[in-house]
Design a protein around this ligand. Structure first.
Ligand code: NAD
Length: 486
């Protein structure tokens, strides 16, 4: 994937038509903790986007893969990921700045997501349609088949660049499509390395194209008529642009959240504290389902807060390469400054700072706020930083109402032993997923994952993404035999 060297660093090209090619002026990708240069990465021009779409279309038309070939390709890629686990973890730790322990989870989940997509490639069925049950159609038989779409566009964010590239590429290929993927400009290398692995595993190289760049390149992708489907993960702001810019073409949008987690007094408080304190700050809070708003039942509020703050003070902050580190840098100093400003603003508006709030470069200390109000940015917007708020509630009705008071609806967490409360929350919380007795941050790669309200459209997880990435063709056959109805 590299085309040359510059200043002693590799230069990654674009991956178009089975070759690494030069794009526009390369940009430098840096280690997010040390700031040291890692590699130069070329960005795409509008012409490169055209070239990538044409090459994907040609590959899709000329080299259709049978379900078994897709299965073999993707399962070989899963094995490739597992064999390079440590190497991939080290690359991601440097490229994202995410702590080693969180990155191991990302790479292991990517392996499973790849394997799930391989397995699903063999299970793309359809449906028998009982059209003969309608009077007058007794001699007709109906069925529906799933067919690939053609060229899919994948656009990914910086925070889980490897796993989310797998969640776009693997189902697209499993469904029989070709894909053009654009990683986030902060973290493109891991996607290029992943695609290199897929190519080494023997599938048609033209089925995957990688074009690097920022929002401008994304915008050119939206304007290109050659894409049949857009699979996007990123911010709500960009998601709105994508929906507005793609007309009648289908989209899957996996957007942000401001994840609420309710801890009721019948829960195991010690366990809830341990899980929430880890999940509010893993990946420096830069996960779409990171614990952001904690709602704690009044009888256990003081105990919860005391234990939580104690736990947060024990978190190890610093070098993400150290396997003991819990909280590393945010993706950039600019992002850390933005989060710090929101914390200061909340404090100025009356919030009480129980831990953190200070910043050193891109590292924001794990921050805990209480006495917050719903209109504060740290509550009503997606903070996407190691910042958590804790609010007391008296009744379960109040907790549900506060959790729902958000433009988002991706996942929520609930700690309780009461099945009645669990079932009420399952129905009444306006979220795509409810995680009970674990934090909102839990995700299994095989479930239909996605949000309601401002958190997006469509569901990810190989089985469900394949449904989104295929067309349903209905076939109705009249079985009337010759002379039967004359
Ligand atoms: P972002 O929206 O800034 O960028 C995401 C991707 O979209 C990047 O590749 C970017 O270059 C591209 N992009 C930006 N503007 C675009 C436009 N107008 N047209 C086309 N492409 C455009 O997001 P980010 O800062 O990289 O990632 C953080 C966001 O991602 C958070 O909001 C987080 O919640 C969300 N996220 C959601 C999930 C999920 O599964 N729901 C998972 C991870 C991250």
């Amino acid at each position: 994937m590299t085309i040359a060297g510059r200043d002693g660093l590799p230069v990654y090209g674009l991956w178009i038509d089975g070759k690494a090619v030069e794009g526009a002026e390369p940009v430098l990708v840096r280690n997010k903790f040390t700031g040291e240069p890692m590699a130069w990465v070329c960005t795409a021009s509008r012409e490169d986007v055209d070239r990538a779409v044409s090459a994907a279309e040609r590959s899709f038309r000329s080299r259709p893969l049978s379900p078994f070939e897709r299965y073999e390709w993707l399962s070989a890629a899963a094995t490739w990921i597992r064999a390079r686990r440590e190497e991939l973890v080290n690359l991601l730790v440097d490229e994202v700045g995410k702590p080693h322990k969180d990155t191991v989870v990302e790479v292991d989940r990517a392996y499973h997501a790849m394997l799930l997509a391989a397995e699903e490639a063999k299970r793309i069925g359809g449906e028998v349609l009982p059209v003969d049950s309608i009077p007058g159609s007794e001699r007709k038989m109906g069925f529906a088949i799933r067919v690939p779409l053609g060229v899919v566009a994948g656009i990914t964010p910086f925070n889980y660049p490897f796993l989310l590239a797998v969640h776009k590429i693997a189902p697209a290929l499993a469904a029989g499509n070709a894909i053009v993927i654009k990683p986030a400009p902060q973290t493109p290398i891991s996607t290029l390395v992943l695609v290199q692995g897929l190519v080494e595993c023997g599938g048609p190289p033209g089925h995957i194209q990688v074009i690097q760049g920022g929002a401008e390149v994304g915008q050119w992708m939206l304007e290109h008529p050659g894409f049949r489907f857009y699979t996007f993960t990123g911010s709500a702001r960009a998601g709105e642009r994508i929906k507005a810019g793609t007309g009648l073409r289908r989209v899957a949008l996996e957007l942000g959240n401001s994840s609420p987690n309710i801890v009721h007094s019948d829960a195991d408080v010690v366990r809830a504290v341990r899980i929430c304190a880890a999940r509010a700050f893993s990946a420096a809070g830069q996960a779409c389902i990171s614990v952001q708003r904690l709602y704690v039942h009044a009888p256990i509020f003081d105990e919860f807060v005391e234990r939580f703050v104690e736990r947060v003070r024990d978190l190890k902050v610093g070098d993400p390469r150290d396997p003991k580190t819990d909280v590393g840098p945010m993706i950039s100093e600019q992002d850390a400054v933005r989060a710090e400003t929101w914390v200061r603003e909340a404090v100025a508006q009356g919030a009480r700072l129980l831990a953190g709030g200070t910043r050193d470069g891109a590292i924001l200390e794990p921050t805990v706020l209480t006495d917050v109000r719903p209109e504060m940015k740290v509550v009503c917007e997606e903070v996407f930083a190691p910042v958590v708020t804790i609010t007391k509630y008296n009744t379960f009705d109040e907790a549900l109402a506060m959790a729902n008071d958000s433009p988002y609806g991706l996942q929520a967490g609930l700690f309780t032993r009461d099945v009645g409360r669990i079932m009420r929350a399952a129905r009444e919380l306006q979220y795509g997923g409810l995680i009970v007795n674990d934090a909102s941050t839990y995700r299994s790669d095989l479930v239909p994952y996605g949000g309601v309200k401002g958190s997006g459209i469509g569901r990810e997880g190989p089985k469900y993404a394949i449904e989104e990435m295929t067309d349903l063709h209905v076939v109705i056959v009249d079985l009337t035999e010759e002379g039967e109805d004359r």
